[in-house]
Design a protein around this ligand. Structure first.
Ligand code: ADP
Ligand code: MG
Length: 217
């Protein structure tokens, strides 16, 4: 589904990624690990084109992503972050629906999908709550629902449990694993969590701007 060929990324004179090769298949669950500053977030940003490559090609289903319209690419990709990135002045359901609104989806269709996913992650009673009234784990669940609303093929997760305690972090990892199977979605997750590490098919390690596949555990 995703093929990264000989990709490099420079910020000014600094080479952050160097001749990266990487493939991600439909429905795969892949860990991306590596020290802080090793370029993990940069790789994710290249995938959803928040930044552009300095060299090489990234393809989505055979199409170079720099030839795709950004909204076309982004409806295929959902994203969650360590900091949740919810809008504090909007309720749970409003936050979730924003994801579909930007794509101009019909309201009723979007709403039933939103309600289904909110129920799935156990937040039906929080639908009209505002993010500051929720725990960190609950906020990340809202962000996950928002990311999945448009039925993406790929979910990018950049240290999604970085702000959560260990127990909540484990719960979010398990939820992502379940959703990956139920919603038939590929997940690329940057994480320091060991939860699920033994059960994921692939783990990649970023080191000095290069990417190495690690043997299975
Ligand atoms: P990680 O997510 O693995 O911690 P990042 O991808 O965020 O690493 O950053 C990799 C390197 O690129 C770091 O040295 C960081 O300072 C640098 N960097 C990231 N974004 C920018 C930017 N917009 N401009 C300049 N340097 C950047
Ligand atoms: Mg990062």
């Amino acid at each position: 589904m995703i093929r990264i060929t000989d990709v490099s990324k420079r910020y000014g004179d600094m080479e952050v990624l160097c001749n990266i090769h990487f493939q991600l298949m439909k429905g795969e669950f892949v860990f991306l690990r590596g020290r802080s500053g090793s370029g993990k977030s940069t790789l994710l940003k290249l995938l959803y084109r928040e930044v552009d490559v300095s060299g090489g090609v990234i393809e989505f289903d055979g199409v170079p992503i720099n030839t795709m319209k950004k909204f076309e690419l982004r409806r295929k990709i959902g994203i969650i972050f360590q900091s949740f990135e919810l809008i504090e002045q909007k309720t749970v359901i409003e936050n979730v629906m924003l994801a579909g609104r930007v794509l101009g989806r019909p309201l009723h269709e979007m709403e039933s999908e939103a309600l289904r996913l909110i129920e799935r992650v156990g937040l039906t009673d929080k639908i009209n709550a505002f993010p500051p009234e929720l725990s960190g784990g609950q906020q990340q669940r809202v962000a996950i629902v928002r990311a999945l609303l448009n039925k993406p093929l790929l979910l990018l997760a950049d240290e999604p449990t970085g702000n959560l305690d260990n127990e909540t972090s484990d719960e979010i990892m398990v939820l992502l694993d379940e959703l990956h199977k139920e919603e038939n979605i590929a997940i690329l997750i940057v994480t320091h969590s060991d939860r699920l590490l033994s059960s994921v098919a692939k783990c990649w390690m970023m080191e000095d701007g290069r990417l190495y596949e690690q043997a299975s555990f």
